[in-house]
Design a protein around this ligand. Sequence first.
Ligand SMILES: NC(=O)c1ccc[n+]([C@@H]2O[C@H](COP(=O)([O-])OP(=O)(O)OC[C@H]3O[C@@H](n4cnc5c(N)ncnc54)[C@H](OP(=O)(O)O)[C@@H]3O)[C@@H](O)[C@H]2O)c1
Length: 133
Amino acid sequence: MADIRVICAIGQRGQLGLHGRLPWEGNTEPDYVADVARFFELSRGHVLLVGPRTYASVPAFAFEDRTIVEIRSSMRPQDVIEKYAGRVIIVGGGPPVYAAYAPLIRHWDINRLPYDGEADRWFDPQWLVASRD
Ligand SMILES: NC(=O)c1ccc[n+]([C@@H]2O[C@H](COP(=O)([O-])OP(=O)(O)OC[C@H]3O[C@@H](n4cnc5c(N)ncnc54)[C@H](OP(=O)(O)O)[C@@H]3O)[C@@H](O)[C@H]2O)c1
């Protein structure tokens, strides 16, 4: 089975995104800073698959030491995965991407942060048990 992972962070009620960014963007408290640092550490050297909005929010430095691929709904998940056979693949969102790739995910790494403010994108726990059929 291919090594396909998710590394994401959510708020207390599953908040994922707000206005195209992380809902807690700019928060310099240690929990938030450590979460972003951990994401870049764990994704180093790997393939990161992201939808167009998330792609636009990736900082320039991140392209130096990981393969970042903008994926579209016209691409079949299985075909995208096959292109990177032998590599660790991290599915990077947003929600429609997590939903489409959920049946293929082996390892979910979800950091639940103390944030409890507003959001316009949410984590769906059903993704964790999505089946391949
Ligand atoms: N908290 C976290 O860890 C985390 C992680 C990731 C993202 N986010 C947040 O989520 C928000 C962005 O997510 P978003 O959903 O708005 O936009 P997005 O990142 O562009 O992802 C959704 C888009 O991906 C494309 N896509 C690619 N493959 C697909 C497939 N197989 N099935 C369906 N769609 C597919 C679709 O666009 P087309 O139809 O145009 O191709 C879809 O509209 C931002 O606020 C971002 O910060 C948070």
